[in-house]
Design a protein around this ligand. Sequence first.
Ligand code: FO1
Length: 317
Amino acid sequence: MRIVVLTGGIGGARFLLGVRAYAREMGAEVTAVVNVGDDLYLHGLKVCPDLDSVMYTLGGGADPERGWGRVDETWTVKSELAAYGAEPTWFGLGDRDVATHLVRTTMLNGGYPLSAVTEALATRWQPGVRMLPATDDRLETHVVVSDPDGGGQRAIHFQEWWIRHRAGLPTHRFVFVGAETAKPAPGVLDAIAAADVVLVAPSNPVVSIAPVLAVPGLREALADGSAPVVGVSPIIGGSAVRGMADRCLAVLGVECSAAGVGALYGGRSSGGLLDGWLVAPEDAGAVVPGVPVRAVPLLMTDEAATAAMVRAAVELA
Ligand code: FO1
C-alpha cells in the first residue's frame, strides 16, 4: 500500500508518527508532502519549520514540550545575535537547529533544489517516510493586516503574524506569495498518482494545508487521481487541538468546527478535496455535504492512539 499525507505544522508531524507506525504494521510506504509556506530567510539562513518538525519528530530529535526545534537545545547564538541588536528578536534559532539551517543554506546556495537538500538532511535523521516539500520554488505565506503603525493595510510574513503578534492583529487575508508560478517538487505528482490513499493530516487548514493545495497542479492531481482522499479534523468539539486554527478560520469567516473545516475542504463530487472526513466522537453529528463522515477518538496522546486514527482513516477510504 502507498500512502500520501498532506501535512504541515506540529500536529501534522505528530500525525505522521501514527502513519509510520500503521505503515510499518501493514508494510506500506509513506510519502509526506510538506507545507513550505512557513519558510523564511533569517540571518542569511533558510529556515523550513514544517520540514524540520517532520524530520526532528520522526527522527527522535524534536523537543517534546515546544513541539518545534531540537531537544536539549541551547540558545547561545540567539543571545549573541540579541547582543548585536540583530532583528528579529521574536524568532529564536537554537544552536543545534542552526546546524540544520547552515547545511541547508549551503546546499541551496550550491544549486541543489530544496527536495534534494531535504533528502540529504533526512539521511541523518532516517524519518522512515519520504519527505517532499510541496514545491522547490519559493512560496511564502504572508498575512494582510491593518498596519499596527498607522492607517492602511500591510502584508507581513506568516511567522511575524503568528509569533510576534500571536495572530492577534486585525487580519484581512492570507496570500501565498509565489504560488502562481510554483511547480510541485519532483516526486509529488508521481506519489499522488501512485497512491492508494491520500490522507490530509489534522493540520491547520488555512496556513498549513492551503499553501500545499495552492501549488498549481496539486489539487488537480488529487481530483484526477484514483486514490481516495480522507481528511482528519484538526477541530474537536469546536476548539483547535493545538495552535491558533480558530483565529485563521475566523479570517476566512469559516466556523471553527469539524463541519466548518470539512465544508472548507469540500467534497470531491462537488469540486472539493474530500472523499471522507474523520471527526472526533464529540462531532459525530457533523454534516459535510456529499462526504461520508466517521467519528473516532482523535486525540494523538501517543503513537498507538494516532496509529488507530490512521487505521480508521484508511478504513473509511
Ligand atoms: N515558534 C515560536 O513560538 N517561537 C520561536 O521563536 C520559534 C522559532 C522557530 C525556529 C525554527 C523552527 O523550525 C520553528 C520555530 N518556531 C518558533 C515554530 C514555528 O514558528 C511554528 O510553530 C510553525 O511554523 C507552525 O507550523
